[in-house]
Ligand binder design. Structure first.
Ligand SMILES: C[S@@+](CC[C@H](N)C(=O)[O-])C[C@H]1O[C@@H](n2cnc3c(N)ncnc32)[C@H](O)[C@@H]1O
Length: 451
C-alpha cells in the first residue's frame, strides 16, 4: 500500500515485481491480475494522479491484460489518507511512501489533531503525520519503506515522532542519500530512506538502526550500527563512513556551548514583518529624530572566521543598516561579546557552521546591535570565559566540529535545538593541546580523544 501514491512511481515497479514473483510461482496471467487487484493498494488526494496510476499499472501488466482480455479494477482511489484510512489500520503487510512535505496550516491540522496528538508538536510538517500513519497502517511485524527529508532525524518539532518511532517500531535501516543530484529534481533537502518494522511491545530506552550511505546510483555502503536515543533528542547519524567513529566518540562527550559560557539566540529582527523605522545610515536616522537606534547585522555580514563591522563602504548593498528599536533597553539589543553564525546555509556551501565575531567597534560606538532573524547569536554569558568569542569561532570552524554538526542536523538551517546538543571537546584538554602548540584542528581531534 502507498497512501500518497501520486503517479504510481512506487506502485508500478512493485506491480512488476509482484508479477515476476507470481510468474515464478506458476500463476496464470488471470491469477496474476486477480492477485494484484486484491493486494496492491494506493490512495492519493489528487484524483487525476489516481487515474494516471491506474493507467501506469495497466501498462505494467499489459501482457496479462492483452492475453486474458480481462480489465482489472485496481485498488487505487482518491482519499485524504490522513483521515480516511481508519478501517485499514493494523492490517497492512507492507507500506511504501514518499509523503508530501510542507508545514501544515492550523486549519488543516485542526480536524487531525486528536488522532495524531502523539506526534504533533507546534506546527508540524505533513510528512510527520504521514510517517505516523504509515506506521499505524502496519500489522505487527509489517514493514514500511519511506522516502523522506532528513529533518525528522534531528528537528525539534519531530521530537515526539522520534519517540513514537522508537516506541512502536524497530528502525531496521536508515539510508542517507549522499549525493542528491539526480535522485529528486528540485529537492533542496537531504533524503533519508527508512525501513521500519511495526512492533507492538513498547518502550525500549533507546533503539539501534543500521545506517548506510546511498549514492545517487542506488549503491548502499553500510556505515554500521547507530544508537538512537529515546528522549526526543537528535539522532546522531553518520553521513559518511569517516563519520562513524566521530559520532560514536563525540556522542559520549558531555560538554556543550553552555559549558563554554555561551547562550544560543536567534536574531530578533524579522525584516518583512517589523514595522519599526529603518535607515541606511546613522545620519539618516538622526535627521528623522530616531532616538533608540541600533545597527542591524545580517547573515550576509558573516563570513567564515570573519569580523563583522559596520563599514562606510560595505561589500554588499545593505539597504537597512539601522533600526529605531523604540525602547532604550530592549532585550533584542545584544550588548555582550558574541559569535555570529549564518542561520541558513545551502547544501553546496563547504561549511554548515559559518562563524564570525562581532567587532568591538560596534559595542563601543553603538552600545550593541540587533541581529536579523537569519543570524544565530552565541552570546557570552559568563564574565571571563576560558575561551573568548574569537576562540569559539576557531573551534566552530574546525573540520571535526562541522562534520559532527552535520550528523546531528538534518536540515540546512542551523537551529538552537541542534546547537544546544552540539558535543564539544573537553575544554581542559583543548586548552592544553593549544598551549602545546597544536593548531585548532589538531587540538580538537586530541580533545575529543579521536586518537
Ligand atoms: C511526494 S508525492 C509522492 C509521489 C509518488 N510516489 C508518485 O509516484 O508520484 C506526494 C503525494 O502526496 C499526495 N498527498 C498530499 N496530501 C495528501 C493526503 N492528505 N492524502 C493523500 N495524498 C496526499 C500528493 O497529491 C502527492 O501525489
Amino acid at each position: 500500500m502507498d497512501p500518497a501514491c501520486g503517479g504510481a512511481a512506487f506502485l508500478a515497479p512493485i506491480a512488476l515485481r509482484m508479477r515476476a514473483a507470481l510468474l515464478e510461482r506458476g500463476f496464470t496471467p488471470r491469477e496474476i491480475l486477480g492477485h494484484i487487484e486484491e493486494h496492491l493498494h494506493g490512495t492519493d488526494l489528487d484524483s487525476t494522479l489516481c487515474e494516471l496510476s491506474k493507467h501506469f499499472l495497466c501498462m505494467a501488466l499489459y501482457n496479462e491484460i492483452q492475453s486474458t482480455n480481462f480489465a482489472p479494477k485496481f485498488n487505487v482511489y482518491q482519499a485524504n489518507s490522513l483521515s480516511s484510512l481508519k478501517s485499514r489500520l493494523g492490517k497492512i503487510d507492507v507500506v511504501v511512501c514518499n509523503p508530501p512535505f510542507r508545514k501544515m496550516t492550523a486549519e488543516e491540522l485542526s480536524p487531525l489533531r486528536s488522532d495524531y496528538s502523539e506526534v504533533i508538536d507546534a506546527q508540524p510538517n505533513l510528512y510527520c503525520l504521514f510517517i505516523a500513519l504509515c506506521t499505524r497502517l502496519l500489522r505487527e511485524g509489517g514493514r514500511a519503506a519511506l522516502v523522506t527529508p532528513t529533518s525528522f532525524l534531528s528537528g525539534q518539532y519531530f521530537s515526539k515522532l522520534r519517540k513514537f518511532l522508537i516506541n512502536n517500531t524497530t528502525i531496521e535501516h536508515i539510508g542517507m542519500v549522499s549525493d542528491r543530484q539526480g535522485v529528486f529534481m528540485d529537492v533542496e533537502q537531504e533524503t533519508a530512506l527508512t525501513i521500519l518494522r511495526r512492533r507492538i511491545e513498547k518502550n525500549p530506552a533507546h533503539s539501534h538502526a543500521n545506517v548506510s550511505v546511498v549514492s545517487a546510483t542506488g549503491k548502499y555502503s553500510s556505515v554500521g550500527d547507530c544508537v538512537l536515543p529515546n528522549h526526543g533528542l537528535t539522532w546522531p547519524i553518520p553521513r559518511s563512513i569517516e563519520d562513524v567513529t566521530l559520532v560514536k566518540k563525540l556522542s559520549a562527550s558531555k560538554f556543550r556551548l553552555a559549558d563554554y559560557g555561551f547562550k544560543v539566540r536567534i536574531g530578533a529582527y524579522v525584516w518583512n514583518r517589523d514595522k519599526r523605522p529603518k535607515f541606511e545610515s546613522l545620519e539618516e536616522a538622526k535627521l528623522a529624530n530616531a532616538d533608540s537606534v541600533a545597527p542591524l547585522l545580517w547573515s550576509r555580514d558573516i563570513s567564515s572566521r570573519g569580523v563583522v563591522k559596520i563599514e562606510k563602504n560595505p561589500t554588499w548593498n545593505v539597504e537597512h543598516r539601522f533600526v529605531d528599536i523604540g525602547l532604550k533597553n530592549s532585550s533584542s539589543v545584544i550588548k555582550s561579546p558574541c559569535v555570529l553564525l549564518q542561520r541558513v546555509t545551502s547544501n553546496d556551501q563547504p561549511r554548515r557552521l559559518v562563524a564570525a565575531i562581532v567587532s568591538q567597534d560596534i559595542f563601543d560606538t553603538y552600545g550593541g546591535f540587533v541581529g536579523e532573524n537569519h543570524v544565530v547569536i552565541l552570546e557570552q554569558v559568563v564574565e571571563q570565559p576560558e575561551f573568548t568569542p574569537t576562540n569559539l569561532v576557531e573551534l566552530l570552524s574546525t573540520y571535526t566540529v562541522d562534520r559532527y554538526f552535520r550528523c546531528i542536523s538534518g536540515a540546512t538551517n542551523v537551529s538552537v535545538f541542534e546547537l544546544n546538543q552540539l558535543a564539544l571537546p573537553d575544554p581542559a584538554i583543548l586548552r592544553e593541546a593549544l598551549l602545546n602548540g597544536k593548531d585548532w584542528d589538531e587540538a580538537v581531534v586530541l580533545a575529543y580523544q579521536l586518537i
